[in-house]
Design a binder for this molecule. Structure first.
Ligand SMILES: [Zn+2]
Length: 428
């Protein structure tokens, strides 16, 4: 495909007007100010359109779409124990498959090209990822509340099967990570064993870290160290790790994350909605920690439109730390794109440049919110709506265009999602 006369945001999120972008074999093969001599197939009229790198949503629980709006205005423990856990007890491979399709539809409709997810019934989730054309780093959520060894857990068997059947599959779109849900939902023995498994398998880790104050303080009482120091002592950070939330980090925790190249998956909407607090993102950025963005699950957001998290990320810390110079639009967009690609271990992804994978989205700029366009990055960060996205492409394949899903039967997905939700509610 050849995009003609299109505006685009480069690696520094600076605007270039009226460019030609040629996509071939899943890659960006040409960017220039004049039409290339080669034939790239279909010509896309890019007038009044802005091309940018697609978004990476690096912390989600996709099947929680079925719980959207089901658990509201409750303290975290009651939210979990009274609403989320009883509902989740009724999830199975079939309803998780449809719930994941629904999540993927919502993500690609808002320009997301890849997500990092932690849940269960991962075989069904992997099927949805493979069929939809999106990219994903998928991990099987692991919790253990007794003295079991890792190898005795269902999660161990699932991890072995997932690594065998799905790691680096679908032309590399799908990667399998290993997971510790959190310090407070596991035992040191199992955390160490999972970390060793990830190391020997050569895969990444995905964890929750210091999301709430109580979780953070109880870890210090239990182990005499912060969750970050605890995970480091168990060897988790010996492999590339994405740590969600990191709201309550202490001084030494920042250097631990920096030392091991841990990515923080910042989830501003979820942190605000569940009243977890404000992560010290300015300090993370000052110390050079890779900060990426996640929506978290639809039960705690309640949407998977990462542009809303970009907006909150760009605003919340200015207000909380009383400094309007914190978090530039370019830093917010980098968190949602290149930092996410880095966290997923995906080379040649996350920026518009020749040789990179053609993972991109296009927004309509012929709208009030894009008029005028003094600085296109500012329009995207502070003014754009998810519905401004008109095209989402992954590895050169169009997944969404002008309201139409190319790989997902959206009517069937909505029907099945509602049907399965009704079944679960009637069984509760
Ligand atoms: Zn989470």
């Amino acid at each position: 495909m050849l995009f003609c006369n299109i505006d685009l945001l480069d690696e520094q999120f600076c605007l270039h007007r009226n460019r030609y972008v040629g996509v071939r074999d899943g890659q960006i093969a040409y960017i220039g100010g004049i039409a290339p001599a080669e034939d790239y197939g279909e010509r896309y009229d890019g007038r009044h359109r802005l091309m940018m790198p697609g978004f990476f949503n690096v912390h989600s629980h996709a099947p929680m779409t079925l719980l959207r709006g089901y658990a509201e205005n409750l303290p975290l423990q009651r939210w979990l124990n009274e609403r989320v856990f009883p509902f989740e007890a009724h999830l199975n491979a079939e309803n998780v498959y449809w719930a994941t399709q629904l999540a993927i539809a919502e993500m690609v409709q808002c320009g997301t090209v890849s997500f990092t997810d932690m849940y269960f019934e991962c075989q069904a989730m992997a099927k949805a990822v493979v069929e939809s054309g999106i990219k994903c780093n998928l991990s099987r959520g692991l919790t253990v509340f007794d003295d079991s060894a890792y190898e005795q857990l269902a999660a161990y068997r699932d991890n072995v099967e997932l690594l065998r059947d799905y790691h680096k599959k679908a032309d590399g779109r799908l990667s399998i990570d290993l997971c510790i849900h959190g310090e407070y939902t596991s035992s040191p023995k199992v955390v160490k064993a999972v970390a060793a498994h990830a190391k020997s398998a050569g895969v990444q880790m995905h964890i929750h870290l210091s999301e709430t104050k109580s979780e953070h303080e109880e870890c210090k009482q239990r182990h005499g160290m912060t969750p970050a120091a605890y995970m480091e002592s168990c060897g988790v950070f010996d492999v590339s790790t994405t740590a969600a939330h990191c709201v309550w980090l202490e001084e030494n925790d920042f250097s631990i994350l920096k030392k091991h190249g841990v990515t923080v998956a910042c989830c501003p909407a979820s942190n605000l909605k569940l009243a977890s607090g404000y992560a010290n993102v300015p300090e993370m950025l000052r110390q050079g920690i890779n900060v990426a963005l996640g929506t978290d699950g639809a039960a705690s957001n309640n949407n998977l439109n990462i542009l809303q998290d970009v907006y909150l990320f760009a605003l919340a810390y200015k207000g909380y730390y009383h400094d309007s110079t914190l978090i530039t639009p370019a830093q917010a967009l980098a968190a949602a794109t290149s930092a996410g690609a880095k966290s997923q271990g995906r080379a040649n992804c996350g920026a518009l440049k020749v040789g990179n994978r053609a993972d991109l989205c296009i927004v309509d700029t012929d709208t009030p919110q894009f008029t005028p366009m003094h600085d296109a990055a500012c329009n995207v960060v502070y003014a754009a709506q998810g519905s401004d996205v008109k095209l989402t492409m992954v590895d050169g394949r169009v997944l969404y265009r002008d309201g139409a899903f190319q790989t997902i039967d959206i009517e069937q997905v909505k029907f099945e999602a509602k049907r399965h939700t009704g079944q679960i509610l009637s069984a509760l």
